[in-house]
Design a protein around this ligand. Structure first.
Ligand SMILES: Nc1ncnc2c1ncn2[C@@H]1O[C@H](COP(=O)(O)OP(=O)(O)OP(=O)(O)O)[C@@H](O)[C@H]1O
Ligand SMILES: [Mg+2]
Length: 287
């Protein structure tokens, strides 16, 4: 069984504490790391991969604590993945494979396999600068899988993708998580709603949630509402409630919003989705 074990991990950039006493234990499956901009997701991932020196604490991946050994079992797709623009897709994978000590028919076979897996076989002779954002991200996944890692760490892989490419990408990660740990960061809750076995919410360098999607939805099952607001009342409505979805209708503005405390009898209760439960968790802490 693969594992990531993190104990009392802290990290600071200068005087700024970015991660504060993180404890986390993950096994196979897709673990979604959710948090807004600046929450510390990239920092945590870079620490696990060994690209940053930790300030305090322990990181163990598949039983290894030595960053070099950890790197040999981990595949990583950085948030800002890019590669030589004039290189062709297949050439890039070949090149990276050689750096990974692969060669000859073993390398050729692996590159074929990966191109198929990420659906880039048809585009293997395209230059990287001619790839779409989604194709480039898929090339990024292929490079992270070259050494058949036990753990795959992907940092916001769905940012900027169109809905179809997003779904394709999520499904690919979900397939890979059958035999690996896939640690997938995003700030878009819906990315994780149907794919994540477990979810961690990072806020300001702390985990404020670590558990299943279902349990989070249960925790906030009572606080999500829907109503139609007159246009003239909308500003005042927005100052009272946390609106997470809105839609223009002929009769006014349809709003979905969250509210803590006693149920509001005048509004229609609706089931929370991961987005609203996530927002409730974040705002709950700040109340
Ligand atoms: N090289 C750096 N030097 C100083 N501060 C940094 C550096 N990189 C990140 N930070 C700070 O660390 C905090 C966490 O950043 P991090 O990139 O880990 O967040 P994130 O959750 O990945 O955000 P995003 O969703 O925007 O990618 C932020 O406050 C950021 O400003
Ligand atoms: Mg980031």
């Amino acid at each position: 069984m693969n594992s990531i074990e993190i104990k009392h991990l802290s990290f600071s950039y200068g005087k700024k504490i970015v991660l504060n006493n993180i404890n986390l234990s993950i096994g196979n499956g897709l673990y979604g790391l959710l948090g807004k901009n600046g929450a510390g997701k990239t920092t945590l991932m870079k620490l696990i991969v060994g690209l940053l020196p930790k300030s305090k604490g322990q990181i163990k991946v598949c039983g290894e604590t030595d960053p070099k050994k950890i790197r040999s079992v981990v595949g990583y797709l950085p948030q800002d993945f890019d590669f030589y623009p004039d290189m062709k897709v297949r050439e890039a994978l070949n090149y990276l494979g050689i750096l990974d000590n692969m060669k000859g028919s073993q390398l050729n076979q692996r590159v074929d396999e990966l191109l198929g897996l990420v659906n880039l076989s048809q585009d293997q002779n395209k230059k990287i600068k001619d790839l779409s954002g989604g194709m480039k991200r898929r090339l990024g996944i292929a490079q992270s899988l070259l050494n058949n890692p036990h753990v795959l760490i992907v940092d916001e892989p769905t940012a900027g993708l169109d809905p179809e490419e997003r779904i394709r990408f999520r499904n690919l990660l979900s397939d890979l998580s059958a035999e690996k740990i896939v640690l997938f960061s995003t700030h878009i809750a819906s990315d994780l709603e149907s794919t994540a076995n477990r979810l961690g919410i990072l806020d300001n360098g702390h985990f404020i949630y670590d558990g299943s999607v279902e349990d989070l939805l249960k925790e906030y099952s009572g606080g999500t509402y829907e109503t139609i607001v007159n246009r003239k009342d909308y500003t005042s409505f927005k100052s009272q409630y946390i609106v997470f979805e809105q839609k223009e209708l002929a009769e006014g503005i349809l709003v979905r919003f969250i509210h803590y405390g006693r149920p509001l009898a005048q509004f229609k209760r609706i089931s929370p989705n991961l987005e609203s439960a996530y927002l409730m968790k974040i705002y709950d802490r700040r109340r």
